[in-house]
Design a protein. Structure first.
Length: 431
């Protein structure tokens, strides 16, 4: 019954969204890929809002419900409330007729959970620009597709739907995108570390506070058309954010924003919660909060950053299950254990699949004293609260359903700030 109700609501919202698009004719930037969609969406919005009226997807609204809600200007879904959904649908009808100040541009995040998701979306949505972030070797939602190739082909339908005269912004370092043939009549810009990228990334590194040698952020250089600028992002270890910001600068350049102006706008880029955020932990420790979600490629990026990080104390990884990996689930969790064993001093795990991570790390000769498994994120957090010492760094990561942010809340130096620092602190997540 719930599934039927959801389909009905999605259908009604889509009709309203299509009518709103027809009525107000906004330009659209749509973003897809396996990782980095939300950060890229936020970065594109940050650049474009300097010169035009623009709206972005709220949170990670990227589904058959989320995209129409963004077009209708709704920032909170109805969740399980029939009255709330009724109110949203009535509001949508009003906006078809009257929506003063409707934005010139929409920045939409487009995800794929199951086959035909993107096919259905592109029947009615034709973006003016599509940004492709990256395709993972083991992407999430793979369990619903016959192969990785099928999932990539589904996502690339968005790139094929760009309006004639529009443009694509593609990751030059992605080998799958190197094989992609763009539609005719569409301009292409690229970004990445590849020397031939339209917008080139270089010198990405962790920056430390000189007085106490603790990490304070990351910096990197963006270069295009003989011009280069250094960008500093405070409060994160996310070296991969360089890709999101480079993509945003490329979009801006196509729309008349100079690289210098784009970089200036991104100086105040709001870091997404739960994505490689540096937070103060108990006992003078450092918490690397990467709890928004988890996939093998995102974990790999996080571990690369942890490897590069210099700390006075121990390096610790708290890892929850990575879900929706299909047939790759067992191997992905075992690989995670092997990778963590090469980077961290301690590995703590939560969940069922991560038992494989635990055992793989043991096989890589990580001693039992450095391994521990928990059946909930809260129990892991309580253990860490007593375990952490001054100078330690702990990376916390796991799929959304593992609720690893609950562990982070326990080990924060200032737990009273959890609502402003952590993901999923809204009422609907209280359980």
């Amino acid at each position: 019954m719930k599934s039927l109700a959801k389909k009905l609501i999605a259908s009604l919202l889509t009709v309203e969204a299509r009518l709103v698009l027809f009525r107000y004719r906004p330009k659209i930037v749509a973003i897809t890929g396996s990782v980095g969609k939300t950060a890229t969406k936020d970065a594109v919005y940050t650049v474009l809002k300097e010169i035009m009226s623009v709206r972005k997807s709220a949170k990670s609204f990227n589904s058959e419900l989320g995209i129409p809600l963004t077009i209708l200007g709704v920032e909170e879904s109805g969740w399980g409330s029939a009255s709330r959904w009724f109110s949203i649908l009535c509001g949508g009808l009003i906006k078809i007729l009257y929506a003063p100040g409707y934005p010139e541009w929409l920045v939409l995040e487009a995800g794929v959970d199951r086959p035909y998701d993107m096919a259905r979306l592109t029947r009615w949505l034709s973006p003016d620009c599509v940004v492709i972030t990256r395709f993972a070797d083991v992407p999430v939602h793979l369990e619903f597709f016959p192969s990785r190739t099928a999932l990539i082909e589904e996502k690339l339908l968005l790139a094929q739907s760009v309006r004639t005269g529009g443009f694509l912004v593609l990751n030059a370092d992605d080998t799958d995108l190197a094989q992609f043939v763009p539609p005719t009549g569409v301009r292409v810009r690229t970004y990445g570390k590849h020397p031939e990228a339209s917008l080139c990334i270089s010198d990405a590194r962790i920056v430390y506070d000189k007085e106490n040698a603790v990490p304070k952020g990351v910096s990197f250089v963006l270069a295009s058309r003989g011009e280069s600028h250094t960008l500093m992002l405070r409060g994160t270890l996310g070296l991969h954010f360089a890709y999101a910001l480079a993509a945003a600068c490329a979009v801006g350049q196509e729309l008349g924003v100079s690289l210098s102006h784009a970089v200036s706008a991104l100086a105040d880029f709001p870091l997404p919660r739960g994505r490689m955020r540096l937070l103060e932990g108990v006992q003078g420790s450092i918490v690397i909060d990467d709890t928004y979600n988890a996939s093998p490629v995102a974990l790999h990026a996080a571990l690369l950053a942890l490897r590069e990080l210099s700390v006075r104390g121990r390096k610790i990884v708290l890892l929850g299950d990575m879900r929706e990996l299909g047939a790759e689930e067992k191997r992905a969790h075992e690989q995670a254990g092997e990778d963590v064993a090469e980077v961290a001093d301690y590995l703590f795990t939560v969940g069922t699949s991560s038992l494989g991570t635990h055992e793989a790390a043991r096989r890589k000769e990580m001693s039992s004293e450095r391994l521990r498994h928990f059946d909930s994120s809260e129990k892991a957090g309580l253990f860490l609260k007593e375990f952490l010492r001054d100078g330690d760094a702990v990376l916390v990561k796991g799929s959304q359903g593992m609720r690893m942010e609950k562990a982070v809340a326990i080990i924060l130096a200032h737990p009273e700030k959890k609502n402003e620092l952590l993901v999923r602190q809204e009422k609907e997540w209280e359980k």
